[in-house]
Design a protein around this ligand. Structure first.
Ligand code: T5A
Length: 228
């Protein structure tokens, strides 16, 4: 049964949340856990995931798009997402391969929309273009106090021998990050069928176990049950 799992129905799972909450760590762990259950799965990220989208990522995260404002950046993130969906996400799902993405469209909603002030109708129009119907089956929103998450990012920078931490978004003020956190929680409240909020303020192992509980309950076929 297990070796036919991926061919039956591929799922699209996204990870969202503020800076340093542990998304990348948990995307990798979920990929390994799914592979242990014989699921074919690719791990990707946003902005990025394809050569064109990675080029846009570098441009934005180096701060070169800052003067374009939140509206211009929303367009850039959408352009990257359009290529990511068309070239990587949609073909993998069509082939029966699960896709895990470290950030996706909720990041544009939270950063450029709810925090950046871009109007919801413009965010929705860009989403329609970029997603082309590929809404995630499940979104895991990792939530924690931004001050604690910053400490993690700072410790990582020290471990990596970097004098300074962070890309341009990580350098925003604490108050901005608090609003961002509220933005992600609001998105989760508005999309209860798709989003699950998990406390990221726990050990990587405990969070990994909590994520596996959510994923295996949401997709019971992983443990031999019938798909919902
Ligand atoms: N953006 C993105 C937008 O504005 N709009 C958009 O539409 C999109 C898609 C992306 C930036 O672009 C913005 C948002 C972002 O600012 P990024 O580098 O991908 O940039 O930024 P982050 O997603 O924030 O990546 P980080 O690597 O900083 O954070 P993660 O992935 O949440 O955290 P992770 O796993 O790398 O962990 C950070 C550190 O903490 C440790 C790890 O070992 C690491 O050192 N750690 C833990 N420590 C203790 N307990 C745990 N449970 C831990 N989990 C991880």
């Amino acid at each position: 049964m297990l070796d036919t799992l991926s061919a039956r129905q591929a799922r699209f799972i996204t990870f969202e949340g503020g800076e340093g909450v542990g998304k990348s760590t948990q995307v990798k762990r979920l990929q390994q856990n799914l592979q242990r259950h014989a699921v074919e799965v690719v791990r990707t990220r946003e902005p990025g995931g394809t050569p064109k989208a990675e080029a846009i990522r570098s441009f934005i995260l180096q701060g070169r798009s800052e003067s374009w404002g939140a509206g211009g950046e929303a367009v850039l993130f959408a352009a990257a997402r359009l290529d990511h969906v068309t070239q990587l996400i949609a073909p993998n799902l069509a082939n029966g391969t699960w896709v895990l993405s470290d950030r996706f469209h909720d990041s544009t909603r939270a950063y450029q929309g709810l925090t950046g002030g871009v109007a919801p109708r413009l965010i929705a129009a860009l989403e329609e273009l970029a997603l082309n119907g590929h809404t995630p089956d499940l979104t895991l929103v990792l939530d924690m106090d931004p001050e604690k998450a910053f400490k993690r990012v700072a410790e990582r920078a020290i471990e990596d021998g970097l004098a300074q931490t962070g890309d341009r978004f990580e350098k925003e003020e604490l108050d901005w990050h608090m609003r961002l956190r509220e933005g992600f929680l609001a998105i989760a409240r508005d999309n209860p069928d798709r989003c699950v909020v998990l406390s990221a303020d726990q050990s990587p192992e405990a969070l990994e176990a909590a994520i596996w509980d959510v994923v295996s309950q949401r997709f019971p076929e992983l443990l031999g049950g019938q798909p919902t």
